[in-house]
Design a protein around this ligand. Sequence first.
Ligand SMILES: Cc1cc2nc3c(=O)[nH]c(=O)nc-3n(C[C@H](O)[C@H](O)[C@H](O)COP(=O)(O)OP(=O)(O)OC[C@H]3O[C@@H](n4cnc5c(N)ncnc54)[C@H](O)[C@@H]3O)c2cc1C
Length: 247
Amino acid sequence: MTVHRTRVVSVEKCCEKVIRLELERPEGCVWKTGQFARIALPEFVVDGEPVWRCYSIGSAGGSETLVFYIALVKEGQLSPRLHALSVGDTVLLDDEMNGMLLEERLEAGGRDLWLFATGTGVASFLAVTQDETIMSKYEHVVLVHGVSHWVETEYVTKFAVPHDNLSIVVCVTRDPGSLIQMRIPEALTSGKLEETTGLTIDPTVSRAMICGNPAMAKAVRETLKTRGMVTPRGGKPGQLLVENFWL
Ligand SMILES: Cc1cc2nc3c(=O)[nH]c(=O)nc-3n(C[C@H](O)[C@H](O)[C@H](O)COP(=O)(O)OP(=O)(O)OC[C@H]3O[C@@H](n4cnc5c(N)ncnc54)[C@H](O)[C@@H]3O)c2cc1C
C-alpha cells in the first residue's frame, strides 16, 4: 500500500446530497473498472491517524482521473468534509484498490448484464458504461437505479456513456412519474422490472451486480438466488456480484 497525496481536479454538486469528486491520478496508480479506493484528508486526523473511507471509483480502469460520487451523510465523520473540498485541495489516496464488482468474476457467456444500485452505489456502474470491453460483451446492459427523488438520479443520465445496448431504469419511490414507482426489490419480485424491460432474469443468460444500501443488496440477492443466480465461490463460477456500502 502506498498513500499518495493527490489533488482535486474538479468538484461538482450533482444534487443537494451528492458530489462528483474528480482527483488527479497519481503516477503508478492503477485500478480495474468496478473497484473502490480508500481516501482520507491530511488535516482530518483522529488519534494520530487519518480517517479513511472506501469509495467506488466512478471512472473506468485506465482513465486519466479518478472520479467518485459521494453522498453526504449528515452526521458522518468524513463525507461532510469531502463535500467541503475545492479545486486544488489535497486528498490522501491509498493505491491498493479492492472490490467485488469485477465483471471478469462473472461466469462467461452472459447475454444480459443487470446493474442494481441505490444512491451513489451507481458509481461503479457509471464506470462500467465507460468500459468498452465490458459493454461490448453483452447484448443488453440494464442499469437499475433506486432513489427517493428524481433529483437524486439526474447525474446518472448525465454521466453514463450512452450505448445502443444500455437501458437506464429508474425506480423513484417518493416522486411521481417514474415507470417503476417502487423499491428495486419490489420491482423485481412483482415482475414489473422484467415487464418494463422485456427481459427475463434467468441464470443461463443473465449476469448481475448489486451495489449500495445493504438492505436492497440482501433483498435483491435473495430474489436472484431463487432464480438460480449465485455469487462465485470456491472456484465455482457465479452469475451475481455484490458490494455493500455499510453493514
Ligand atoms: C466498498 C465500499 C464502497 C463505497 N463506495 C461509496 C461511494 O461510492 N459513494 C458513497 O457515497 N459512499 C460509499 N461508501 C460508503 C463510505 O465508505 C462511507 O461509509 C460514507 O461516506 C460515510 O462516511 P462518513 O465518515 O461520513 O460516515 P460515518 O461516520 O462512517 O457513518 C457511517 C454510516 O453512514 C451511513 N452511510 C454510509 N454510506 C452511505 C451512503 N452512501 N448513503 C447514505 N448513508 C450512508 C451508514 O449508516 C453508515 O453506518 C462505500 C463503502 C464501502 C464499504
